[in-house]
Design a protein around this ligand. Structure first.
Ligand SMILES: Cc1cc2nc3c(=O)[nH]c(=O)nc-3n(C[C@H](O)[C@H](O)[C@H](O)COP(=O)(O)O)c2cc1C
Length: 224
């Protein structure tokens, strides 16, 4: 299994898969990596459907701009965000866990916003729930992507998932569960070259004066 650093460096978006299945333990490890992801207030809004049925994959592919690799990969994980994770009732449970598991005791100083009273905060508006659910679920998805890479498997984030409600209808899931991405998983048939990246200088809004850059061969950047 690759290290985190190796997985980050070797990951590519894979758009050609071998049809052969991969061990079930790998699928478990990938999903377990999502389960263990961090989330604001420990809301854990991510939900998944594992799809292996060729007919279901064909339907998914059709919805998602006919991106053929969705049909070719042995497994497609439908990644969803559950808005119900942000109801007042759910947040209350999570906050009680915070106290129960001694999270606040690990802090130095005072955290006013997390103190009693937070649990009585009003339910956030729909768009705020949606934003939190999506951004936190994305973290879990990238955990899966890197774990799959570390196990020698390929994936490709697919954000173009078709019209709103189509996947809900196909899998009979309620509107409060929002499909946000599709993740085909399988052995890569072709591993592409690294795609270009912005340089360190382009992404740092303030230059680093004291930290030495990594060795040249580990850096990928575009110079334009
Ligand atoms: C949120 C998100 C949505 C994406 N949606 C698609 C998609 O619908 N189809 C696709 O082929 N690639 C998709 N990608 C993959 C990107 O095109 C890819 O990550 C980017 O070009 C960099 O290439 P690399 O992943 O090989 O480094 C998506 C990536 C992300 C993070």
């Amino acid at each position: 299994m690759l290290s985190v650093k190796e997985a980050i460096q070797q990951r590519r978006s894979i758009r050609r898969f071998r049809p052969d299945p991969f061990p079930e333990e790998h699928l478990f490890e990938i999903l377990e990596a999502a389960r263990l992801a961090p989330s604001g207030g420990n809301a854990q809004p991510w939900r998944f459907i594992v799809v292996t049925d060729p007919e279901e994959k064909k339907k998914i592919c059709k919805m998602a701009l006919e991106q053929k690799f969705l049909e070719e990969a042995p497994v497609v994980i439908v990644c969803c965000a559950d808005l119900a994770a942000y109801t007042q009732a759910s947040r209350r449970v999570r906050l009680e866990e915070f106290a129960q598991y001694g999270v606040l005791e690990t802090l130095s100083g005072r955290v006013g916003a997390l103190q009693p009273g937070a649990k009585d905060a009003p339910e956030p508006p729909e768009d705020a729930k949606r934003r939190s659910a999506l951004s936190n679920s994305y973290i879990a998805i990238e955990h899966m992507v890197l774990t799959a890479t570390a196990l020698g498997l390929g994936t490709c984030w697919v954000g173009a998932i078709g019209a709103r409600g189509e996947l809900n209808a196909l899998f009979n899931i309620p509107e409060s569960i929002v499909p946000i991405a599709l993740l085909p998983v399988g052995y890569p048939a072709v591993v592409p070259h690294q795609r270009p990246r912005l340089s360190m200088e382009q992404i740092l809004l303030r230059p680093l004066a004291t930290i030495a850059p990594p060795k040249e061969e580990t850096r990928i950047s575009i110079t334009a």
